[in-house]
Design a protein around this ligand. Structure first.
Ligand code: ZN
Length: 378
């Protein structure tokens, strides 16, 4: 890696990129073994790679309390969501083995603390609701009743679902440096990219050196578009409509929490670790149902001092094609009314695709729509 070049990039959160990978200990067989949930496994892998820098393990009580109440770690550094490992009981030893659902041991945790936590309060503060219909709240309420804290050492990484798209923060940083980029904008998505989001990413790219399209590939709700379909959509879109030397497509291994505003902050901090100096925050970022106001995920950035996050959020309103303007626009840039705008509801788009019909080109690139139509057919 060219150290000189990566130094041009934004520094990781807290200053140093954490690396919690390490050798497999000899006495692993004698240790108590804990099976992690899919969300915890995503977090573990992100701890290993430094995506969650400066965290080195699952959070202790002081960090947890301050994150829940003040969106700061105990050392004062901004942090928006708990990264915790739920257990029933305190483990017997001072080290435990962490395993996936199939019993494959991936990591070691040095036990620091085991503590009670208040699920209602965590839900209220982090998700702004205690409604069990909220998928993040439902998962929180279903999990075990105590948190196990401690530093982790990961000796076996998760199998990435898309190996060719798997890039750790050190790798995206190297890729940006290789291209000579300094200012890079990250785009989080868990949906196919239609014209509206293409417009946002390109609008952002106009002002920086490069674009990281960083779709979340960890666990999502069952009614979100399956990740394999989405990845194919991104590929055809990038091939046809983006300059290859200005864009990096890579997978973001996080699980969705659907925590809306707080997750927008969390997503931004993670992307800073990947080397992004800017981060796109659209309407209802990481939201679900109608738990959050349309622009809450943008307003929450005002709760931080300018240099606490360092990464610069780029706020966008919803985009559409305007027939009178003859181009993509947003309410910020188009003075015309809804009658001039090409608008299709999510339901309408799904109906069209399911019937094998292409939505208007002003809404979706035909190559992307074709991928979705094929996915509906299978
Ligand atoms: Zn217009």
């Amino acid at each position: 890696m060219t150290t000189v070049a990566t130094e041009r990039l934004i520094r990781p959160h807290g200053g140093e990129l954490v690396d919690r990978t390490g050798p497999r200990p000899d006495d692993l067989d004698r240790l108590e073994q804990l099976a992690l949930t899919s969300r915890e496994l995503s977090d573990l892998d992100m701890l290993a790679s430094g995506s969650l820098s400066p965290l080195e393990g699952f959070m202790g009580r002081e960090d947890y309390e301050k994150v829940v109440e003040e969106m700061r770690l105990s050392n004062g550094l901004a942090w928006a969501l708990p990264v915790c490992l739920a257990v029933d009981d305190a483990p017997g030893g001072d080290r435990v083995a962490l395993a996936d659902g199939e019993g494959r041991v991936l990591a070691l945790l040095e036990v620091d603390d085991v503590y009670q936590y208040d699920k209602e309060r965590e839900a209220e503060r982090c998700f702004r609701t205690t409604d069990e219909a909220h998928p993040g709240v439902a998962r929180l309420f279903a999990q075990k009743s105590r948190y196990l804290a401690g530093r982790v050492t990961v000796f076996e990484r998760l199998e990435p679902s898309f190996p060719e798209l798997a890039m750790d923060p050190a790798e995206t940083r190297a890729a940006f440096a290789e291209r000579g980029w300094k200012r890079v904008v990250g785009f989080q998505t868990r949906n196919p990219i239609h014209r509206a989001h293409e417009y946002l990413t390109k609008g952002a790219l106009e002002t920086v050196d490069g674009l990281l399209i960083h779709p979340l590939v960890g666990e999502t709700k069952s009614d979100d578009v399956p990740v394999a379909t989405r990845v194919e959509c991104y590929r055809v879109l990038l091939e046809g409509y983006y300059p290859q030397d200005r864009v990096v497509l890579s997978a973001f291994p996080a699980a969705m929490r659907y925590a809306g505003p707080r997750e927008a902050i969390w997503h931004a901090i993670c992307r800073k670790n990947y080397g992004c100096s800017h981060f796109i925050v659209g309407r209802d970022h990481a939201g679900v149902g109608d738990y959050y106001g349309t622009y809450d995920a943008q307003l929450i950035f005002d709760e931080f001092e300018p240099h606490e996050l360092d990464i610069e959020p780029m706020f966008f309103e919803h985009a559409f094609y305007c027939r009178r303007c003859g181009q993509m626009a947003t309410p910020k840039t188009c003075p015309h009314g809804g009658d001039d705008h090409v608008f299709l509801s999510g339901t309408k788009v799904r109906d069209l695709l399911a019937a094998g019909e292409l939505p208007p080109v002003e809404f979706s690139r035909p190559e992307v729509a074709e991928v979705l139509i094929r996915a509906y057919r299978d």
